[in-house]
Write a new protein. Structure first.
Length: 101
């Protein structure tokens, strides 16, 4: 949320000039006035996997390469930028200018 505040203070238009994506999908991210895109993660699953790996390492120390994949989901909201080709065409037409208060 600090990035959004800093952008606002500097007159940087989000998402026209700066796309913002967070990680952890905090409840504040769903507020309509803020609305950053975010990556939602199953933190309970992440914690379980970490504990399982730690217990496995304690039982069998040494190099035991393991790959665990924890599902995530991209939650798109208002701070994501349009695809680059659309943004370039907006810039050429002059419709992606700064918004200042």
């Amino acid at each position: 949320m600090d990035v959004l505040s800093a952008a606002w203070e500097r007159g940087i238009a989000v998402p026209a000039e700066l796309a913002v994506v967070g990680f952890d999908d905090i409840p504040m991210a769903a507020w309509p006035l803020v609305g950053p895109a975010t990556v939602a993660c199953d933190f309970d699953g992440l914690a379980r996997a970490a504990v399982e790996l730690l217990v496995d390492e304690m039982r069998s120390p040494g190099p035991n390469p393991v790959e665990r994949r924890i599902p995530v989901a991209l939650v798109l909201r208002g701070t994501r930028a349009p695809p680059a080709d659309q943004l370039r065409s907006r810039q050429r037409s002059g419709s992606a200018g700064r918004v200042r208060s």
